[in-house]
Ligand binder design. Structure first.
Ligand code: FAD
Ligand code: UQ1
Length: 464
């Protein structure tokens, strides 16, 4: 499972006429779990909630069945009705990734993070159980596995972000050894908890890479939880907790950065800025960091536990296509989410170049905006609703405490609740650990959650 083996690299069978390979029963295929994080590559097949049918054209094609893809397919299906929307997604399971922080700390079970893809795809939306291979927006069509082409009137791209463990020397093979884990992948998240439980004495190292990542708070959330766990089990005195980050600050929003700095001081955590993990030597339990401010200088640190946040980048199929900007992300208007060049193409979530923190909370807010944008574009009108960059990061600082960071494009706090959210609170932990998953599965994925903007207005009425 940890070979980095990819379906893309395998010899392909000769192309078979589509009708010959249509099947309602999913064929399991163990592919590159680790590389893709949430993706399970599978043999090409078409799969729908109701009858299995293959079409060459859909009014709406949604690429990716993650947070953005499922949410948007629910919303679009309500607009245009059954049979007109299809999702292209290879994975048999849909994952609620935000709970992986708590899985890595032993506070939730991994099984609680997933549902079968079939169950989350709305009825009346067809599931094309395949991988997108090529985008051809000039011809309004895409290509999937086996070379099959599908045309569309409107395209929604929600392909997420690509994990790039292989950019660190010694990984992903190094995950075969103990003492190392990563909350960012389905196959390594439980290894974090194993490493934490097995901790005896030495350095516990937590890393942050030199690329954009999803949920930029997650690399430090697991560190605070590890600190709490080691205190609870009487091992904290034997532990030196180190946060080695490529960034130059602990968090991008001043208000929350100041609160986190206090916690770091109080808990005796060592933070080293501008340190980027470049190699893991798992047999020697050593991690090698480059000093980003002193080119050529490296620091080697031995570890008793290592939590890796991998480098990340845009999915290859986006990067190599005309919808990408110079950095490889889907190039969308930052207020309307409509593509900058192709007016019938839209982007949502981690695969876009929206200049905000990549989170499911941001996807929720974006989905409300994109819903409006698409309604107007379908009527040949100009989109008007404007996304303000809302995103949120519940910074878990203990097994019963969260600082709820919420902010906009200008890195200004945009808080929902009428109290100071930079304080660690039990109520915000309960919201993160127990209420958010309910909201996600039952409201957001069904197209009923635009983020907390309305709730914020309501709760702040008393302040006006
Ligand atoms: P995803 O949900 O990742 O979906 C992308 C989908 O595209 C996947 O299903 C994938 O299989 C599919 N796909 C990829 N390539 C192809 C292809 N070629 N063809 C077809 N399908 C493809 N967010 C929060 O709001 N709060 C949090 O507390 C939080 N914590 C997090 C903690 C961790 C450890 C992690 C990993 C993430 C966390 N997030 C959090 C981030 C959140 O999960 C993501 O931002 C969100 O899932 C993004 O949604 P998306 O639709 O853009 O991508
Ligand atoms: C949110 O809307 C959301 O999307 C469902 C999350 O993703 C899991 C979040 O973590 C948070 C915090 C929000 C924001 C919601 C409220 C009620 C503040």
């Amino acid at each position: 499972m940890l070979t980095g083996d990819s379906y893309a690299d395998r010899p392909r069978p000769r192309m078979t006429p589509l009708v010959m390979v249509v099947s309602c029963r999913p064929i399991r295929f163990l592919g590159s779990f680790l590389q893709q994080g949430t993706q399970q590559a599978s043999k090409f097949q078409l799969h729908t909630g109701t009858p299995c049918a293959a079409k060459d054209y859909y009014e709406f094609l949604v690429l990716g069945g993650g947070s953005g893809g499922i949410t948007m397919s629910s919303r679009i299906k309500k607009k245009v009705g059954a049979g007109k929307v299809a999702i292209v997604e290879p994975s048999e399971k849909h994952f609620y990734q935000p709970i992986w922080t708590l899985v890595g700390a032993g506070a939730k079970k991994l099984s609680s993070s997933s549902r079968s893809m079939e169950k989350v795809i709305p009825s009346g939306v067809e599931w094309i159980k395949s991988r997108v291979r090529e985008l051809d927006p000039d011809k309004n069509r895409i290509r999937i596995d086996e070379g099959k082409e599908i045309a569309y009137k409107y395209l929604i791209i929600a392909l997420g972000i690509k994990l790039e463990f292989e950019k660190i020397k010694g990984l992903p093979e190094g995950f075969r050894y103990p003492k190392i884990g990563s909350n960012y992948s389905l196959v390594t998240v439980e290894k974090t908890w194993k490493a934490l439980q097995g901790f005896k004495e030495g350095n516990a190292i937590f890393t942050f890479p030199n690329t954009p990542i999803k949920c930029a708070g997650a690399p430090q959330k697991i560190m605070y939880l590890a600190d709490a766990y080691l205190r609870k089990t009487g091992k904290r005195e034997n532990a030196n907790i180190i946060f080695n980050t490529s960034l130059g600050a602990i968090f991008g929003v001043k208000k929350y950065a100041e609160a986190l700095e206090e916690i770091i001081k109080a808990r005796n955590i060592n933070v080293n800025y501008r340190q980027n993990l470049i190699e893991v030597l798992p047999e020697k339990h050593e991690a090698v960091f480059e000093d980003l401010d002193n080119p050529g200088k490296t620091n080697v640190i031995s570890y008793e536990m290592l939590h890796v946040t991998p480098p990340m980048g845009p999915p290859d199929v986006v990067k190599d296509s005309p919808v990408a900007d110079a950095a490889g992300w889907v190039d969308v208007n930052k207020e309307t989410l409509q593509h900058q060049k192709y007016p019938n193409v839209f982007g949502i979530g981690d695969c876009t170049n929206l200049p905000t923190s990549k989170t499911a909370a941001a996807v929720a807010a974006q989905s409300g905006i994109l819903d409006h944008t698409i309604s107007l574009v379908m009527k040949n009108k100009k989109p008007v609703k404007k996304y303000n960059g809302y995103t949120s990061c519940p910074l878990v600082t203990n097994y019963n405490r969260v600082i709820l960071a919420e902010f906009d494009y200008n890195a200004q706090p945009l808080e929902t609740f009428p109290f100071d959210q930079s304080k660690e609170r039990l109520s915000m932990y309960i919201m993160k650990a127990d209420m958010m998953p309910i909201l996600y599965w039952n409201a957001m994925l069904k197209g009923y959650w635009n983020g907390p903007a309305r709730l914020r207005s309501l709760l702040h009425l008393g302040r006006l």
